[in-house]
Design a protein. Structure first.
Length: 384
């Protein structure tokens, strides 16, 4: 279906850098000109039609046309979107105004697959950045326009299936939260009048080490807040410590199956029920152990995942600009404690939802693998 060739982006696009108008001149801001910063682009961004901030025409910045492929060039490198309308950008971009030779949605899909490569091109001591000349030299396989459109359409449809599956999973999470409120009421106002007790009276509440043991290449995992952001104990980027340090930490905070682990500093909350027997130690996270027949871990996890904890943090926040909740404050949390029979009914519901969620998650994993394979074949010219 026509000849493919390797071209440089600078040969098929105009590379556009941005700038920030002086913040000391209010007359340059709050006008009608859209002005975008990298923080406004996330993993799911595609077309962006409006921006958080606007500037005045007095700023004198050249606008990029609708259809421009937005590419963040620092902090971080590799965020991608398409301008759905005319706009300007700050200096954290090296954007691509496409010529008639390249289809913007094709370029978007190509760059979405190149985050690691783009980061490898970064230069700089304080923070990495890709320069305008570097972006212009990036090579891309370029088929005829009709094939570019077909590839973009195929990848768009495959991506839409992935987003649909993610949305279904998110709805199940909302369903659990909705059922919690339906059964137990607002956990802050406690309209159903459940007994209220200090968390420390029904759970053993501890925390991990606050020291910084020496890391080694192989040993026992030491998990911190970053290792619990996915909703489970993630060992992929774990640091490792010696057996001696591991045993010393475990004298204070041994983690067992069924415990709850919850970050205490920076990113607070997101409690995780430990569902692995693999031994690991913890740092700067709370550890909640269950030794009382009046409370079940699934109920407490749902409670601490609700805005109840955010409310408590606002009442007890001692971290200044950094969010922080002290171990003593966690122990003193006044939690509503419904009858154990109701907690058990809630667990049955949660397990049913988790079964559905697991099936959807398996489907999502398969869709994502298929998408990666499809994308590689598309850009290698193996399909069209």
């Amino acid at each position: 279906m026509g000849k493919w060739e390797m071209v440089r982006l600078g040969d098929v696009c105009e590379v556009v850098s941005g700038t920030t108008p002086s913040t000391s001149k209010p007359e340059l801001w709050d006008g009608d000109v859209k002005w975008i910063a990298p923080a406004e682009i996330n993993e799911d961004s595609y077309f962006i039609y409006d921006t958080v901030k606007h500037i005045s025409e007095k700023a004198g910045l050249k606008t990029m046309p609708a259809g421009t492929v937005l590419l963040s060039s620092r902090a971080p490198i590799g965020k991608v979107a398409i301008a759905g309308s005319e706009m300007c950008c700050n200096q954290g971009f090296k954007n691509l105004v496409c010529s008639e030779k390249i289809y913007n949605r094709y370029l978007y899909r190509f760059l979405k697959n190149k985050t690691e490569y783009l980061n490898s091109l970064g230069r700089g001591a304080t923070f990495k950045e890709i320069s305008k000349p570097i972006v212009a030299q990036i090579e891309i396989p370029l088929p005829p326009l009709e094939v570019q459109r077909q590839i973009a359409d195929v990848l768009d449809r495959a991506s839409a299936l992935i987003e649909k599956r993610k949305a279904q999973i998110d709805k199940l999470d909302l369903l659990v939260k909705s059922q919690f409120i339906e059964m137990f009421g607002d956990p802050v106002t406690n309209p159903k009048g459940w007994d209220v007790v200090a968390l420390k009276t029904v759970c053993d509440v501890r925390d991990g080490t606050h020291d910084s043991p020496k890391y080694i290449s192989e040993g026992f995992p030491l998990l911190t807040s970053k290792n619990f952001t996915k909703g489970y104990a993630d060992f992929e980027d774990a640091n490792y410590i010696t057996e001696k340090d591991f045993q010393a930490i475990n004298q204070r905070s041994k983690v067992d199956y069924g415990d709850i682990v919850m970050p205490m500093i920076g990113t607070i909350g997101s409690p995780v029920i430990v569902d692995t027997d693999r031994p690991f130690a913890i740092k700067n996270v709370a550890l909640i152990k269950f030794n009382n027949s009046r409370i079940i871990n699934v109920y407490l996890q749902a409670l601490l995942s609700s805005y109840f904890l955010e409310y408590a943090i606002r009442q007890n926040n001692r971290g200044g600009t950094q969010k922080f909740i002290a171990l003593g404050d966690i122990r003193r949390l006044s939690i509503p404690l419904p009858p154990i029979s109701m907690q058990e009914d809630f667990i049955v519901f949660v397990h049913q939802v988790e079964t559905q969620k697991s099936l959807l998650q398996q489907s999502l994993t398969k869709l994502e693998l298929n998408y990666k394979s499809l994308m590689q074949k598309c850009f290698r010219g193996e399909i069209f």
